[in-house]
Design a binder for this molecule. Structure first.
Ligand code: UDP
Length: 462
């Protein structure tokens, strides 16, 4: 491939993230690794309302800079309540395509222009920027290889899908199929013929033209799906480098008085006795669901930490006061230091929506995952940890589920206190050890990362 001249001879990577936190965080973790381990220069495009989220990243990544872009940010307060689920993608795809010209002009005006474009897989149209600059593009998949493979088949199939039939992913290892409601929401939201949605689909299809693919997963977790992707993309440049969150430069994890109080309470709890509940950075449970969950937590008798990133109104009345009075738990309203909580010795289980980051973080921490997938790729991730690996248990399914709190309480109690849970705990420990080994020097993810940098350096050489 012919590349633009790089005046420094070192790679300069133009990073194009997708704004929601579940996408932004792993891409920043990966960029941080690239820059600090291999002196790669990084420029991150960012929407103005997300700029503050980059401050920890920029402070800990000396060779990185931000390039603010006038893109709308679906998570910004001015859009609250106006954006229907699934339309994030349509909202962003069109403006990104209009910014192609200005990104290319900016790149051409640099003394040390980008030698690679690294974009979130939701923004496959960044391929066109890379084409204009005649540099390679790396697609970053902050989801698992199973989801990546599923999306690849789904976007290439006849759409829309028939809501009355299961989606059969017959090309994938194990030929899995999913009920229509469990298919990633972005595919179900697609509106054929709608110009914005056509751009979204084109963007996903452009991913197969990327020079390379980086997946935030590790070999022992998804080797079959990684091999499948190599076959589908037609080259071996599919690198499994995860879990990237081990890099320890997480945004929003600064010590606060609340966090200090939480960790001092956790320090007084017996080992592995606490159940941590969090459904990611965006999900707000409806009140009936939150009530069932609260009742189950209290009935289970287990110690708990329940984090809701958005809204205190979600927690059932009096729950926090009773939990404190009985020394049974804490609620966190706002951004919880999730990685640190999961790694705390007193935390034994994690009720999760199975967002991919949470799934990997829980797996790496070796806690028992209690799966409650809600939407997006979460049903696929739950299938992987519960059914493929047998390393997690199920609590409930779906955004509308309001499970019986007695039954839920039994699942919660079993997850932290039960015996071996039919081998689940042992399998979770094995997977956790494999995740740790993968990122150690000489491990599968460490080696893939080094191979990727070598190839990137080779194509970036002047
Ligand atoms: N997260 C966090 N504190 C919170 C909520 C979320 O640190 O209070 C982090 C979590 O550790 C994970 C990410 O935000 O890295 C959420 O990503 P995930 O893929 O699990 O779910 P999403 O937010 O995309 O639904």
């Amino acid at each position: 491939m012919s590349t633009a001249a790089a005046s420094s001879g070192r790679p300069h990577v133009l990073v194009v993230p997708f704004p929601p936190m579940g996408h932004l965080l792993p891409l920043l973790d990966f960029s941080h690794l690239l820059s600090t381990r291999h002196c790669v220069r990084i420029t991150v495009t960012v929407t103005p309302s997300c700029l503050h989220l980059l401050s920890d990243f920029l402070a800990s990544t000396p060779l990185a800079a931000a390039l603010p872009l006038p893109l709308p940010d679906p998570s910004a307060p001015e859009h609250a309540g106006q954006i229907a689920p699934g339309t994030h993608h349509a909202l962003l795809a069109a403006p990104l395509s209009t910014l192609r010209g200005s990104l290319v002009s900016w790149a051409r005006s640099q003394l040390d222009p980008p030698t690679t474009v690294l974009s979130d897989f939701f923004l496959g149209s960044a391929q066109l920027v890379a084409d204009d600059l005649r540099v390679p593009r790396v697609a970053f998949y902050g989801v698992g290889a199973f989801t990546t493979a599923a999306l690849e088949q789904l976007w290439n199939s006849t759409l829309p899908l028939d809501p009355n039939n299961d989606a059969a992913l017959s090309a994938l290892p194990g030929s899995p199929s999913f009920p229509y409601g469990h298919v990633p929401s972005v595919v179900r939201s697609y509106v054929p013929g709608d110009p914005d949605w056509e751009l979204v689909r084109e963007g996903f299809l452009l991913n197969s033209r990327a020079w390379g693919a980086v997946v935030n997963t590790f070999d022992a977790m998804e080797s079959d799906f990684l091999e499948h992707l190599k076959r589908r993309f037609g080259h071996g440049r599919v690198w499994a480098v995860g879990p990237v969150a081990n890099s320890g430069c997480r945004v929003g994890e600064r010590p606060t008085a609340e966090a200090e109080e939480l960790f001092s309470w956790l320090a007084g709890c017996p080992e592995r006795s606490v159940l941590y509940v969090c459904f990611g950075s965006m999900y707000k449970p409806p009140l009936s669901q939150a009530a069932a969950l609260g009742a189950a937590l209290e009935a289970s008798g287990v110690r708990f930490v329940w984090a809701v990133s958005a809204d205190v109104a979600v927690f059932p009345d009096g729950l926090e006061e009773r939990a404190r009075a009985r020394d049974k738990g804490r609620v966190v309203c706002g951004w919880a230091p999730q990685m640190e909580i999961l790694r705390h010795a007193s935390v034994g289980a994690f009720v999760t929506h199975c967002g991919w980051n949470s799934t990997l973080e829980g797996v790496a921490a070796g806690v028992t995952l209690v799966a409650w997938p809600m939407k997006a790729d979460q049903f696929i991730d739950a299938r992987l940890v519960v059914d493929v690996h047998g390393a997690a248990v199920r609590a409930a399914e779906g955004e509308d589920a309001v499970p019986d709190s007695g039954a839920l309480a039994r699942v919660f109690a079993g997850a932290v206190e039960g015996a071996e849970l039919g081998g689940v705990r042992a399998k979770a420990r094995t997977l956790a050890a494999a995740a740790g080994d993968a990122v150690e020097e000489g491990g599968s993810s460490w080696l893939d990362f080094e191979r990727m940098v070598k190839e990137l350096e080779a194509v970036s050489a002047p």
